[in-house]
Ligand binder design. Structure first.
Ligand code: ARG
Ligand code: ZN
Length: 881
C-alpha cells in the first residue's frame, strides 16, 4: 500500500470551479441509498486555461457506486470521465454547465460514522471535515460554497420525519408507502455543513423571538423515550440565542432551528446550518439520568454549536488549516457564555485545569502542532485540544489585550467583512487590528508556533531604592519539526501583594497603573522595575491565567498559603492552593520512592485546609475546587519521568491524612450542604452538591464508618444522578465489594434501557483503583450493553480506563497497554477516527520509565504491522518517529 501523503498549507490554491447551485435527491434505503446530484458549475475566470479551454473538474468521492454521469442533459460514456477510488475527473467541460451524477451508497455498513449512516434505525449525517465525499461526488472543500436544495424520499412508516438544512418548501406522498420533503437552504454554505436526518422521532418544540422581532421555531428531535430529557437543552438554546444577540450583536437567520440527538456519533456535536446534530450525550439530560457535569456540558455544547451559526457558518474557513478560526473563536464564545451563566471563576478554573493537563500534554507529545498547523495527513486527527482549547486561549488574549469595547468592534468588523466568505486567521486578526489600531505582527506567532511557553519569573526587592524588580524570561522547548522558537507576546496580568494582604499601587517608569497591571512580555527576557515599594511584596502573577504558559516562580510554601488566603484574584487563590498541595504531594512521592510509607503530610497544607473548612464561608463553588487536590494527570504533567504509583499513593495518602485530621470538619461540611427541595441545575445547587460529595470522598478515603453510612444512605435516597453517581462510585472504589457489587447490580437492572446511564455504569467500574480492574474491563467488553461500534461506549469503557485509571493502565506487566492496542486494531477497521483518538495514551510513552516505554512501543509496533487507516497511520508514525 502506498503511504498516505501530507497536505501542506503552503500549497493552497483557490478552487478552479464554483458550484452555484446544488440539488440533491436522496432515495433512502439502509443498504442501498440512491443519491442524485445536480450541480450548476462555473469555471473561475482566473482558472481558465487559454481563451475557452477549462481546467479539469476534479470531484472528491469515496465508497460510492456510480450509476450515471451526465452533462447538460447528455449521459456520458465511460471513456468520457476518469474514476478512481477517491475522485471523479471530467475534462473539457463548458465554462458553465450542469452536471448530474447518480450514485448508490450503503449507510447501514458505514461504521466510520462519516457521511450518511444509520444509528439506532435512523439515518443521519456527519460531513465535517471530509464526510460529504462519502455521499456524492463533489468538490469537498470549505471554500466551495453553494445554495442547497435537498429532497429526501423515504418509507413513511419507518421514517415519518425527514429533515435537512434550511426551510421545508414542499412535501407529499409517493407510491409504495413512501413520502418526501424538500428543504431549501438560502444561505451559501460549504458541503461540510450539509445535514440530513430521517427517522421515527418526536420533537420538543418552542420558539424564540429575535432582537429584530422575527419568530424562530425551535425543535429538538429525539427518540420518543427521550422526550423527558430535552428541557435543559431547550433552555440552554434560548439563553444562547439571547446571549449572542446581547454580547456579539448576532441574530439568527432562518425561520427554524433544529437539534437532533443521535446515539452513535464520533464527536460532541455538529453545527450543520439550521440542523445541528448532537451526540445524545451532549443534548439529553434530566436529573434522574444525568450528573451536574453532564448538565453543564449540554449547556456548553448547545451554545457552542449555536454560536457556530456566525463563527463558522456565516463566516466559514478557507481551508482546514484555518480550523481554529472557527473552533478557537467559538470555544472562547461558549466559555464566556458558560461563565456568564454560572460561576465565572469556577468556569475559568475548570477550563485552565483541562488545558494544563490535556492540552499541555499534547504540546509535549509526538503530535504537538501549532494552533494553525502547517501540514496534516488526516484532518480528522486535528480536531484537537490545541485547535480548540489553546485556540480559545489565543482569542482570549486578543480580547484581553484589546479590552471589551475594541474587541466587540473588532468582531463586528470581522463578521461584516467576511459574511458569506471562507476566511483565514489573517482575516480575523486584521479586523481586530483595524478596529483597535494594534499591531499583531508578533502576536501571530501564537498561531504558528507549537509547544507550551515557559515563563520563569524572579523578583528582587531593594529596600534602599524602594524598588521591586520583576524579571520575566520566556522559552519554548522544541517540538517535532520545529526546533527554533521565537519570543511570543505574553500578557502577564499581575499585582504586588503587601504583607497585610492588599494589592500595592503599581508605579512603573513613573506611570501609575493602579493596583493591577498587564505586563507585556515580548522579548526573551525583560525586567520591570516598580518604584515606591516600602516593604518586600509577594508577587501575584498570571492572574486569571492571562496566557497559556507554564509560569515558574520560587514561592515559599508560606507565601503560597498567604496568597491562597489573600490574593484579590480568585483564580490565583485557587492556583496558589494547588501549588501548595502539589509541593506537599511531591514530598509524599519522594517518601514513597525511598520506601517510607509513614511520611506525614506537610502541616502547612493541613493548616490551609483547616482554614478553608472553618474560615468565613466564601463562594461555595470555588471552595469545592479549592478542596480538590491536583489530579493525577496534572501531577504527572509536572514530573520529568512520570511515576504513576508514587502519584497515586501520594494523592491517596494525602487525602486520608486530611480526612483523619479534619474528620469533624468534613462531616460538618457534608451536612451543611445536604439539600432539601427540588433538584435544579443551578450553579448554587451544583456547588452544594459538589461540596457535599467532596466531603464524602474524603471520608470514604479512610473508609470512615459515618462516611460509609452516609454514602449508602445517599445512594438509597437517589434524589438525582449527581448524588447517586458520587455515592455509587465511592462504594465501588472502596475495599468493600460486598457493598459495591450489589449496588452496581441494582443500578444496571434499573438502567439497562438507558445507554447514557449505562455509559456511566461502565465508567464507574473501570476507574476502580484495585488491581483486579483489568479483568473487569475485559469482562465488560463482552457485556451486552457494550459495543465497539458505539463511540460513547468505547469512550466510557476503554477511554476512561486508559485515561483515568492510570495505575492500572500503566501496569508494569504491560497488560493495560495490550488491551488498548487490541481495541485500536479492531477500531482501525471499524471507525478510524475513534481508533486514532483512543490510542493517545500509548503515544505518550516518552514520559515514562524505560521498562514502560519498551512495553508501550511494542504495542505501537504491533499496531503498525496492521493495514492502517490514514488516521491511525499518521498518529502511530508520529509517535514512533
Ligand atoms: N465542528 C464540530 C464542533 O466543533 C466538530 C466536528 C468534528 N467532526 C469530525 N469528524 N472530526 O462542534
Ligand atoms: Zn466547534
Amino acid at each position: 500500500m502506498s503511504q498516505p501523503a501530507a497536505i501542506h498549507l503552503a500549497d493552497y490554491q483557490a478552487p478552479a470551479w464554483q458550484v452555484l447551485e446544488t440539488r440533491l435527491t436522496f432515495e433512502l434505503e439502509p443498504s442501498a441509498t440512491r443519491v442524485t446530484t445536480v450541480l450548476t458549475l462555473e469555471c473561475n475566470p482566473d482558472a481558465a486555461i487559454g481563451s475557452d479551454a477549462t481546467p479539469p473538474l476534479v470531484l472528491n468521492g469515496e465508497h460510492l457506486t456510480l450509476e450515471r454521469v451526465s452533462v447538460d442533459g447528455r449521459v456520458l460514456a465511460s471513456d468520457e470521465f476518469t474514476i478512481s477510488e477517491t475522485h471523479l475527473t471530467l475534462d473539457g467541460l463548458p465554462a458553465r454547465c450542469e452536471l448530474e451524477t447518480v450514485v448508490v451508497i450503503d449507510p447501514a455498513a458505514n461504521t466510520a460514522l462519516e457521511g450518511l449512516y444509520v444509528s439506532s434505525g435512523m439515518f443521519c449525517t456527519q460531513c465535517e471535515a471530509e464526510g460529504f465525499r462519502r455521499i456524492t461526488y463533489y468538490p469537498d472543500r470549505p471554500d466551495v460554497m453553494s445554495v442547497f436544495t435537498t429532497t429526501v424520499i423515504g418509507d413513511k412508516a419507518h421514517y415519518p420525519i425527514l429533515l435537512s438544512n434550511g426551510n421545508p418548501v414542499e412535501r407529499g406522498e409517493l407510491e409504495g408507502g413512501r413520502h418526501f420533503v424538500t428543504w431549501q437552504d438560502p444561505h451559501l454554505k460549504p458541503c461540510y455543513l450539509f445535514a440530513l436526518v430521517a427517522g421515527d422521532l418526536v420533537k420538543h418544540a418552542d420558539s424564540f423571538t429575535t432582537m429584530s422581532g422575527r419568530d424562530v421555531a425551535l425543535e429538538i428531535w429525539v427518540e420518543p423515550e427521550n422526550l423527558d430529557k430535552t428541557q435543559h437543552a431547550m433552555t440552554s438554546l434560548k439563553a444562547s440565542m439571547k446571549w449572542d444577540e446581547e454580547v456579539y450583536g448576532r441574530e439568527y437567520d432562518l425561520d427554524i432551528f433544529m437539534i437532533v440527538a443521535v446515539n452513535d456519533f464520533n464527536m460532541g456535536a455538529m453545527e450543520n446550518k439550521g440542523l445541528n446534530i448532537f451526540n445524545s450525550s451532549c443534548v439529553l439530560a434530566n436529573h434522574d439520568t444525568a450528573t451536574d457535569a453532564a448538565f453543564q456540558r449540554v449547556e456548553g455544547v448547545v451554545a457552542h454549536e449555536y454560536f457556530h451559526n456566525w463563527s463558522g457558518n456565516r463566516v466559514t474557513c478557507r481551508d482546514w488549516f484555518q480550523l481554529s478560526l472557527k473552533e478557537g473563536f467559538t470555544v472562547y464564545r461558549d466559555q464566556s457564555f458558560s461563565a456568564d451563566m454560572n460561576s465565572a471563576p469556577v468556569k475559568r478554573i475548570e477550563d485552565v485545569a483541562m488545558l494544563r493537563t490535556a492540552q499541555f500534554a499534547e504540546d509535549a507529545g509526538p503530535t504537538a502542532h501549532p494552533v494553525r498547523p502547517a501540514s496534516y495527513i488526516e484532518i480528522s486527527n486535528f480536531y484537537t485540544l490545541t485547535i480548540y482549547e489553546k485556540g480559545s486561549e489565543v482569542v482570549r488574549m486578543v480580547a484581553n489585550l484589546l479590552g471589551k469595547e475594541a474587541f466587540r468592534r473588532g468582531s463586528d468588523l470581522y463578521f461584516a467583512q467576511n459574511d458569506g466568505r471562507a476566511a483565514t486567521i489573517e482575516d480575523f486578526i486584521s479586523a481586530m487590528s483595524e478596529a483597535s489600531g494594534r499591531d499583531f505582527t508578533q502576536f501571530m506567532r501564537w498561531y504558528a508556533q507549537a509547544g507550551t511557553p515557559e515563563v520563569a519569573a524572579s523578583g528582587v526587592f531593594d529596600a534602599t531604592a524602594k524598588t521591586y524588580t520583576l524579571t520575566l524570561r520566556q522559552t519554548t522547548a522544541p517540538t517535532p519539526g520545529q526546533n527554533e522558537k521565537l519570543p511570543l507576546v505574553i500578557p502577564v496580568r499581575m499585582g504586588l501583594v503587601s504583607a497585610d494582604g492588599h494589592d500595592l499601587p503599581l508605579v512603573l517608569e513613573g506611570a501609575s497603573l493602579g493596583s493591577e497591571s498587564v505586563l507585556e512580555l515580548t522579548e526573551a527576557e525583560q525586567s520591570f522595575v516598580f518604584t515606591g515599594i516600602e516593604h518586600a511584596p509577594v508577587p501575584s502573577l498570571l492572574r486569571g491565567f492571562s496566557a497559556p504558559v507554564k509560569l515558574g516562580f520560587d514561592y515559599s510554601r508560606e507565601q503560597l498559603a498567604f496568597l491562597m488566603q489573600h490574593d484579590s484574584d480568585g483564580f490565583n487563590r485557587w492556583e496558589c492552593g494547588q501549588r501548595l498541595a502539589l509541593a506537599a504531594l511531591e514530598d509524599l512521592m519522594a517518601a514513597f520512592q525511598r520506601g517510607d510509607k509513614q511520611a506525614h503530610l506537610d502541616e502547612r497544607l493541613l493548616a490551609a485546609y483547616r482554614f478553608l473548612l472553618t474560615g468565613e464561608p466564601t463562594d461555595r463553588a470555588v471552595l469545592a475546587e479549592m478542596l480538590t487536590l491536583p489530579s493525577e494527570a496534572y501531577i504527572a504533567e509536572q514530573q520529568a519521568v512520570v511515576d504513576v504509583d508514587a502519584i497515586h499513593w501520594a494523592r491517596k495518602t494525602a487525602k486520608a491524612q486530611l480526612a483523619t485530621v479534619l474528620r469533624e470538619e468534613f462531616v460538618a461540611l457534608y451536612h451543611a450542604n445536604e439539600q432539601q427541595g427540588e433538584y435544579a441545575p443551578t450553579f448554587e445547587q451544583m456547588a452544594r452538591r459538589s461540596l457535599k460529595n467532596a466531603a464524602l470522598s474524603y471520608l470514604m478515603g479512610i473508609e470512615d464508618k459515618e462516611g460509609m453510612r452516609l454514602a449508602q444512605a445517599q445512594l438509597a435516597a437517589a434524589h438525582n444522578m449527581t448524588d447517586v453517581r458520587a455515592a455509587l462510585t465511592l462504594l465501588v472504589h472502596s475495599s468493600r465489594t460486598e457493598l459495591g457489587n450489589p449496588a452496581l447490580k441494582a443500578f444496571a437492572e434499573r438502567w439497562s434501557h438507558d445507554p447514557l446511564v449505562m455509559d456511566q455504569w461502565f465508567a464507574i467500574q473501570v476507574t476502580r483503583p484495585q488491581a483486579d480492574v483489568l479483568d473487569r474491563v475485559r469482562f465488560l467488553m463482552e457485556h451486552p450493553a457494550f459495543s465497539l461500534t458505539n463511540p460513547n461506549k468505547v469512550r466510557a469503557l476503554i477511554g476512561t480506563f486508559a485515561g483515568q485509571n492510570r495505575v492500572n493502565f500503566h501496569r508494569i506487566d504491560g497488560e493495560g497497554y495490550r488491551l488498548l492496542a487490541d481495541v485500536v486494531i479492531e477500531l482501525n477497521r471499524l471507525n478510524p477516527d475513534i481508533a486514532a483518538r483512543i490510542i493517545t495514551p500509548l503515544t505518550r510513552f516518552k514520559r515514562f520509565d524505560a521498562a514502560r516505554q519498551a512495553l508501550m512501543k511494542t504495542e505501537l509496533e504491533r499496531i503498525r504491522n496492521e493495514k492502517l487507516s490514514r488516521n491511525v497511520y499518521e498518529v502511530v508514525e508520529k509517535a514512533l518517529a
